[in-house]
Design a protein around this ligand. Structure first.
Ligand code: AGP
Length: 593
């Protein structure tokens, strides 16, 4: 969701750093952007704009800004519409702040500040923070003290960075609940505070993640120094690790979009996951598994349930994190709880994990972002090594999550990684065929994705991708469930993507497909080469749209189907003229409930 960057530097062209970092934060999802800086005459200036960072960049590039201290933000609207007035930074009497998260007591704070004579210009909860700091300065505190006092008055989750024009050599940050990362440039001339390490790719080679309740204060004298205070305001050192996000990860490398680049990495990612996988859970004692996640990560868990129950004969429950948290779940110390998250920051998944940890059960985090909150708090961490995923729609991370879960419970030597790789590559090499089919389904008023067994979670993933990228209503269903209600929707305007590889469920899914055809529904059949010989016999001479994938063994087969449905969703969105990497209303990292 929102993104933060800030810099205190000896160089006076910090606006370039701010803008380039905001561009790298675009992937998180946002609808407005802004910067504030203290200029060469120690005056606080602010520039904000609605829409893309490019709009802000166009303004900034014409200004020739000279400044050593600045903050920047990409805002994903929560309190108040996506307008310039609501965009960050918020300012008050020379104080400027940017904020990620939600201030739960902002109404009370705002009322109090209004009573003291303040006026508010935005509808946001964040503006109260700037007012509060300015108020605490006005009471005679220095900037650092006023910041500390203000932070202590806030209830909620947040990452906040603040600057003050009268103390242009100080940069302050604090975090509770929302991620925050700090780093020095390699020449030690610039210090950065950001919401994630991707913002600092090319700016800081080494970074430190702040812990819950930490406050960071950077000061510039004859050199740049910073100190981190923990929640008891005691000076602490946090681990310095190398920034895992390289500039290469956040470039398109010649592809039209990040999403296409990331789909084309799926075979490489599968190989990397396999080669690096050395985790084992043999020492952990459990007699069942509970998987908790959101969105695509949840579907990865659902898919893994089929494998784990079949291969390891262990009972698996899979739950949506936001539901798990609020239904008073019956927890057990005999279960292994696995939390899946690409970003490692999804607030519902994180809070669900805290609930389980508090209870005293074992927690495993399967995450793609190193140093993320879930990774830091889990008892046991499995890294999915998909590499930085920039497209808001999760693609290569899904491959990495599912394969990691498979490897965790299966014998590695029984997984034919070459078959997985080659079948995905086959799909990628034939990407134009998916583009061709996407042209046909793109104008459908609604879509169904159906599948049986492991193909059911894949159907759910296919439908989610269509929804988020094409803004078309799409539903994933178990093939056998269609006639228990959804078939009433079928007519000649509805396309159904039927996922029916030539496996033990093939005939059953084909017969469900026939039920749809009999009601004039349109079908796109995703199947495998071996099915060709049987299709005529099963479906007669019906002229069906078919995509043939390579046959693979039952464990390896899902991977190339996943790539296929990702390509289909990609092209459908592209042909509708949508922004594939930044679909409307969505955020890459969902840090509010
Ligand atoms: C996937 O394409 C979505 N953008 C979304 O459903 C995502 O998977 C979900 O928000 C969970 O995110 P996480 O994996 O970072 O926790």
């Amino acid at each position: 969701m929102c993104g933060i960057i800030s810099v205190l530097s000896f160089k006076n062209k910090i606006s370039e750093d701010l803008i380039s970092a905001l561009e790298r934060l675009e992937y998180r999802g946002y609808d407005s952007a802004g910067i504030a800086y203290v200029d060469e005459s120690s005056k606080l200036e602010r520039i904000r704009s609605v829409g893309r960072v490019q709009n802000l960049k166009d303004i900034v590039e014409n200004l020739n800004i000279g400044s050593n201290l600045g903050i920047g933000h990409t805002r994903w609207a929560t309190h108040g519409k996506a307008t310039e007035r609501n965009a960050h930074p918020h300012i008050c009497n020379g104080v400027a702040i940017v904020h990620n998260g939600i201030i739960e007591n902002y109404q009370a704070l705002k009322k109090d500040l209004l009573n003291k004579g303040d006026e508010f210009e935005s509808e946001t909860d964040s503006e109260a923070i700037a007012k509060l700091i300015a108020y605490n300065i006005n009471r005679g505190n220095g900037f650092v003290e006023a910041f500390k006092e203000s932070i202590a008055q806030l209830v909620g989750t947040f990452a906040i960075v603040a600057i003050y024009e009268k103390e242009p050599n100080v940069l302050l940050g604090a975090k509770i609940g929302s991620p925050m990362v700090v780093g020095l440039s390699s020449d030690k001339n610039s210090f950065y505070i950001a919401s994630d390490a991707a913002a600092l790719a090319s700016l800081a080679e080494d970074v430190s993640y702040l812990e819950e309740g930490d406050l960071v204060a950077a000061t510039k004298t004859d050199k740049l120094t910073y100190e981190i205070l923990d929640s008891n305001r005691k000076k602490v050192l946090r681990n310095v690790i190398s920034n895992a996000t390289s500039i290469n990860d956040v470039s398109k490398n010649g592809y039209e979009t990040f999403m296409l680049k990331e789909i084309f990495e799926e075979a490489i990612v599968a190989r990397r996951v396999y080669d690096n996988f050395s985790y084992n859970i043999n020492d952990l004692k459990f007699d069942g598994v509970s998987i908790i996640a959101c969105g695509t990560s949840y579907y990865a868990g659902l898919l893994a349930k089929y494998w784990i129950e079949e291969i390891a004969k262990i009972h698996v429950d899979v739950e949506i994190a936001s539901e798990f948290r609020y239904r008073n779940p019956v927890l057990s110390r005999n279960l292994l709880y696995i939390f899946i998250s690409q970003s490692g920051e999804t607030i519902d998944t994180l809070y669900a994990m805290r609930l389980v940890k508090e209870f005293g059960s074992q927690t495993v985090a399967l995450v793609n972002v190193e140093g993320s909150s879930l990774a830091r708090e889990a008892d046991f961490v499995i890294k999915t090594v998909a590499g930085t995923e920039v497209g808001v729609a999760s693609t290569k991370a899904f491959i990495a999550q599912t394969l990691s879960l498979l490897l965790l419970f299966a014998d590695k030597k029984n997984i034919d990684i070459s078959q997985i790789e080659s079948s995905i590559n086959f799909v990628l090499n034939n990407h134009y065929k998916f583009a061709h089919e996407a042209e046909k389904i793109k104008d459908s008023k609604s879509l169904f994705y159906i599948g049986r067994g492991v193909n059911y979670p894949i159907a759910l993933e296919g439908a989610l991708k269509i929804k988020e990228l094409s803004y078309t209503s799409a539903e994933g269903y178990p093939s056998g469930e269609i006639k228990h209600g959804p078939i009433a929707i079928i007519d000649e305007n509805v396309y159904t993507v039927s996922i029916a590889p030539f496996d033990k469920n093939f005939e059953k899914t084909i017969s469900n497909t026939q039920e749809i055809l009999a009601r004039n529904g349109k079908i796109l059949l995703i199947t495998t080469e071996k099915a060709k010989a049987y299709l005529n016999e099963l479906l007669g001479d019906k002229n069906l749209d078919c995509l043939f994938l390579p046959d693979a063994n039952s464990i390896c087969q899902p991977f190339c189907i996943i790539t296929a449905i990702h390509l289909l969703a990609y092209y459908t969105s592209k042909f509708k003229g949508h922004d594939v990497d930044k679909p409307r209303n969505l955020a890459k990292s969902v840090t509010v409930e």
